[in-house]
Design a protein around this ligand. Sequence first.
Ligand SMILES: *Cc1c(COP(=O)(O)O)cnc(C)c1O
Length: 472
Amino acid sequence: MRYLSTRGHPGRKRFSEILLEGLAPDGGLYLPEQYPQIDRAGLADLRAVWREQGYAELAFRLLSLYVDDIPAQDLRAMCGRAYNEAVFGTPAIVPLKPLEGGLQLQALSNGPTLAFKDMAMQLLGQLFEYELGRRSQVLNILGATSGDTGSAAEYAMKGKKGVKVFMLSPHNRMSPFQQAQMFSLQDANIHNIAIEGVFDDCQDIVKAVSNDLGFKAHWHIGTVNSINWARLLAQVVYYFAGYFQATQSDEERVSFAVPSGNFGNICAGHVARMMGLPIARLVCATNENDVLDEFFRTGTYRVRKTAETHETSSPSMDISKASNFERFVFDLLGRDGPRTRALFGEQVEKQGFFRLSDTEFQQIGHYGFVSGASTHANRLETIRDTHRRFGVMIDTHTADGLKVARQWTEPGVPMLVLETALPAKFAQTLVEALGLEPERPAALQGIEALPKRFTVLPADVARVKAYIEAHA
Ligand SMILES: *Cc1c(COP(=O)(O)O)cnc(C)c1O
């Protein structure tokens, strides 16, 4: 399998080459040259693998279709270490919880940081350590976080050989729980840097450091952001696992509703569907930051300015542009690299939006996508309703998915709503909705009282660089 860029660059690369890279050289995103096709016999095979050998082996089989430069026994061992009961607390890894009719939640948030980002990041930790070891290289991961991504990255990379993490977060602006999750890590390769500023200051510093190509090369600076193909690939697996749990035969179809921000999670659903998994609808659910809902309704993709981005009660979906979206548009346009480059590399860059032609927009019907958006009031109501009728507490992101899912159910087609975080992570809004504190998994009780490891720095690029030089 070779990988290409969505913007038409002639280069082709193998999996291990793009694993540690960010964007393609022309600014595009990497995708496989083609999607391996799973026919009905192949699907029956995978169902048997999932039933008899479990999630990790299913992951190995699916990854093997895309990875041909890592020996099979090594890849299988990495899947086994990433996806096991000790890490995810349940042998099913991504179990379903039925609500009513065909409507079910698929739990993706039983990993160490209680959000679905662990699903991909746990595998990424294995792959990074493996590939760096094979090349005798080191990597210093630099990132900015306001919550979920940073902690998932730290828990995946902690103690891994060859990797150090430098994670910037806005000083005193994360929730006490999120802060404790990150700052209580005692592993020497994890560096928490609390920046005296807001999240955008953190992100600007990461950009400034990454744009200093000399510094970046000398100190082996890399990222684990959501455009990484390996992250997306890891997420394809749970669409198959959800399908197998919700159906008896390979003739049936299911739909998925996905609380979306950067379009990473639902893009993995698109890949699964392109491989032949019988997915009826992919429901793209957004909060008040409805860039994607607007696109699926109108064919216009309009990125927002930072000042236009709403701070919502589902903060992990508060985005101004959807960084993985270009992958889907590339497929939608018949994999036309120059056209994709014109839309994303020119129109979005220069005017902040693009509009598909009518012919292009009509193609969307072939890809199963539909969409909707929720408000804070919708999410509170959905959290209350779900608790009252089913005795189940859901978090604000999942509530967004469930609210929009209800607009798109079809008789006879199960609708799986991806549960992207546990309610314990967003306790404040749960209390607002229900007057109740959500339960926390035993391992995380009282973490706010643990000793914290972090360094406070001013929002100053030079100071952050000096810190990295001293600790890389
Ligand atoms: C990251 C995140 C999302 C959004 O996922 P994307 O892949 O960015 O679309 C939704 N919910 C939670 C809890 C998240 O952490």
